[in-house]
Design a binder for this molecule. Structure first.
Ligand SMILES: Nc1nc2c(c(=O)[nH]1)N=C([C@H](O)[C@@H](O)CO)CN2
Length: 118
């Protein structure tokens, strides 16, 4: 089963970073998610209750990042993957988390992880 639900470029303003000044100001994060989901059931029923609701996932991921206040992108990425698996029953996720303002000479820096199996 190779179906997915996508969220790309989800922008979140959150406290994140290892330096003292980063604990005082919010910074922009961009989240890309590819989540395995069998889309045949929602396609047949035309019922969002059968779908992986990308609006609910976006809201939960944004809330998590604001609440968690992690130091590292790695910690944030692992936390997002964990909540997708435990709360939304996502079996496999590929996640990219970018911090566009972190290195001025770079367009963005970030991490990419893949968790679970399809
Ligand atoms: N692999 C990582 N390297 C760095 C991180 C990070 O989260 N993961 N964070 C920082 C600082 O917080 C940086 O973003 C400040 O510019 C440095 N390296």
């Amino acid at each position: 089963m190779t179906d997915s639900v996508l969220i790309e470029g989800l922008a979140v303003e959150a406290i994140i970073g290892v330096y003292d000044w980063e604990r005082e100001v919010s910074q922009r994060l961009l989240v890309d998610l590819e989540m395995a989901w069998d889309n045949r059931a929602p396609a047949a029923s035309d019922d969002v209750g059968d779908a992986l609701n990308y609006a609910l996932v976006s809201e939960r991921v944004s809330g998590y990042l604001v609440e968690a206040r992690p130091q590292l992108l790695e910690t944030a990425a692992e936390g997002i993957a964990g909540l997708l698996q435990s709360e939304f029953n996502v079996r496999w996720v590929k996640l990219t988390l970018r911090k566009p303002g972190a290195v001025p000479a770079a367009v963005a820096v970030g991490v990419k992880i893949e968790r679970g199996s399809r």
